[in-house]
Design a protein. Structure first.
Ligand code: UDP
Ligand code: MG
Length: 319
């Protein structure tokens, strides 16, 4: 649907819900999301064919059975053969709904992200936004650990030049157009929120307060979050490698300063036996090694970027 006809037509919305061991929440989540869909239908925001798609990410509990119980005309489900991870489950959901809807919203099964803002997301979509990010305004329901690590993560990401919306997880609306682009990113190491932010087009945000998990437990313990953060950084930036080069240069400069210092001391007649050669070789050789690593890394970085086969550009409009 192009942005001109959005004002007048009801959009077919697909709500994608990734689930790993979420048997305890499926029933309640379905009730909440369905009533939300009905309300939006009454407001003329979505069409009556809009649906929910559960993606069972290889759960070990009764999640799939629970999805079976609620499935029907408006609730569908797909089951992955094994646990592929949250990001992969989201992608599987989008590949499943691509071509069958006008836009999709991805939301966690535990409804920690407030489904009441779905209406606002749809209104922004109707106004022409291709991507609408759900941004957490208040995170007091998250643990101190989670809040601090998240804040630092976004800081590091920005510092490394990665475009990323702060306090936005994977609760977002993506139009069919942006979804088609997104599915052209064929890389294995998926960090969706980075890719989505990079797509361009008209983007907007809606704000909400993050809630507590309704039931079940978090599937992102500290180590998994750390893994995710490292994946995110390394799949978007080769700057850490370039840093090696600069650190090497600093070592070489330090060696030069020590050299000058040693010469000055020599002429003042205060030479310490063996110190100069030892200290100079440590700083100089470390510098050379780091610069060498940085140069090799630079080439590996280039290869890394190439093998991703990311689309180089996209035309958004023609006249
Ligand atoms: N999830 C998934 N596969 C995984 C881990 C998580 O599909 O390997 C789903 C999970 O069921 C939930 C969402 O991803 O719907 C977010 O996970 P969770 O709520 O545990 O993360 P947190 O909110 O604690 O960061
Ligand atoms: Mg959660």
């Amino acid at each position: 649907m192009d942005s001109n006809s959005r004002e007048t037509t009801r959009a077919l919305l697909a709500v994608i819900v990734p689930c790993y061991d979420e048997a305890d929440v499926i029933a309640a989540t379905t009730t909440t999301l369905l009533s939300q869909l009905e309300e939006m239908e009454r407001e003329g925001l979505v069409s009556c064919e809009s649906f929910i798609l559960y993606v069972d990410d290889g759960s070990k509990d009764a999640t799939w059975e629970e999805i079976g119980k609620v499935s029907g005309k408006r609730v569908k489900g797909i089951r992955l053969s094994r646990r592929c991870g949250h990001q992969c489950a989201l992608l599987a959901g989008m590949e499943e709904v691509a071509g069958k809807c006008d836009c999709c919203v991805t939301i966690d099964a535990d409804l920690q992200d407030d489904p009441n803002v779905l209406g606002e997301m749809m209104r922004k979509y109707k106004e022409g936004s291709e991507i609408v990010f759900g941004v957490r305004r208040d995170r007091h329901t998250d643990s101190w650990m989670k809040r601090t690590s998240a804040a630092n993560f976004y800081r590091v990401m920005r510092g490394l030049g990665v475009e990323c919306v702060s306090n936005h997880a994977d609760f977002r609306l993506v139009s069919a157009l942006a979804m088609e682009d997104l599915l052209d990113y064929t890389e294995r190491n998926l960090f969706l929120r980075g890719i989505v932010a990079q797509l361009g087009y008209k983007q907007d945000k809606v704000y909400y307060d993050r809630r507590r998990r309704t039931a079940g437990y978090s599937k992102y313990p500290f180590m998994r979050m750390l893994d995710f953060a490292i994946d995110g950084i390394t799949s978007f930036s080769v700057r850490p490698v370039r840093m090696l080069f600069w650190i090497g240069l600093v070592f070489m400069l330090t060696a030069a300063v020590i050299g000058v210092y040693a010469i000055v001391r020599h002429f003042q007649g205060e030479t310490i036996e063996g110190w100069t050669s030892l200290i100079l070789s440590i700083w100089f050789c470390t510098g050379v090694l780091l610069i060498g690593l940085g140069i090799v890394g630079e080439y590996i970085g280039k290869i890394y970027i190439e093998v991703k086969h990311r689309p180089r550009y996209r035309i958004s409009e023609k006249i």
